[in-house]
Design a protein. Structure first.
Lengths: 151, 125
């Protein structure tokens, strides 16, 4: 019987360093938006976009699976509050859950509005699980173009 | 070795362009698997559900992506939703029901009749 030197790829020193180097190089290679885990998880407080246009602000909020009648929007002293509850239908006791990434229950999101919003003319629509609130600016807050007069 | 790292990075880049919808998978009644995917902003015309062999692909395009204004807060991800699932042998490919309501896609996957649990009664001799 020939004696063969024992060799383990995993314990081979050069390979181990290669592996370690790869691990360190890939340490920060995660996608810029973590999908469902971590500190910045925004599932419980729904994600919101606030966009400023020349004459209005728009607020868009993702609220999938929520009934329109369960959403409550209010504006008080320059703070917009979106409040609501996500209800799920009752499940039978026999039901087996395999994976759950969604949430249910009540939520609240508040946004301080910039000055100059006309609170009386606010409109909101809800389509395909996206809430869109249009907040028109007051006349004096709108961007005005100043024409230069030629002498 | 450098080549697989490149391939892996490329694949990651391609995946980043897609948004993975949040899912809820349960079996409420025996034999029917309910798969719910949250895809806000997707309407019926922009949703594609394909069964390709053993793979179920769901792709949904969001209507109206991005505004031209100045973003004061930006938390939502706009783009295309995509998720793929592997179906096992027990799922009946011809009985997949889908409905979309309020940004939530519900898929009902039925198990094949032959795979459903059944009781075997003992005949009295």
């Amino acid at each position: 019987m020939a004696l063969v030197r024992w060799y383990d790829r995993d314990l081979e020193p050069v390979g181990t360093f290669d592996w370690l180097q790869r691990q360190i190089n890939e340490l920060f290679d995660f996608p810029r938006f973590p999908e469902s885990q971590g500190l910045f998880d925004r599932r419980v407080s729904p994600a919101i976009d606030v966009v400023e246009h020349a004459d209005r602000f728009t607020v868009e909020c993702d609220l999938p699976g929520i009934d329109q009648k369960d959403i409550d929007i209010s504006i008080a002293s320059g703070v917009l509050t979106i409040r609501g509850e996500k209800k799920t239908e009752k499940k039978s006791e026999k039901s087996k859950v395999y994976k759950k990434e969604t949430w249910e229950g009540s939520f609240q999101k508040t946004v301080s509005l910039p000055t100059g919003v006309d609170a009386d003319k606010v409109e909101a629509t809800f389509t395909d699980g996206v809430l869109k609130i249009t907040l028109p600016k007051r006349e004096e807050a709108k961007t005005k173009k100043i024409e230069l007069k030629a002498k | 070795m450098a080549k697989d790292v490149e391939i892996r990075k490329q694949r990651e880049k391609e995946q980043v362009q897609f948004i993975r919808p949040f899912c809820f998978i349960c079996e409420e009644e025996a034999g029917v698997i309910t798969l719910k995917l949250e895809m806000p902003g997707v309407n019926k015309d922009q949703l594609d559900i394909d069964v390709d062999g053993n793979e179920l692909h769901v792709t949904g395009k969001r209507a109206g992506s991005g505004s031209e204004g100045k973003y004061l807060i930006r938390e939502r991800r706009l783009g295309t939703y995509h998720q793929a699932y592997t179906l096992d042998e027990t799922i009946d490919r011809s009985r997949i029901e889908a409905s979309l309501d309020g940004g939530v896609l519900t898929l009902n996957l039925h198990r094949k009749e032959s795979e459903k649990p059944r009781k075997i009664s003992i005949k009295s001799g």
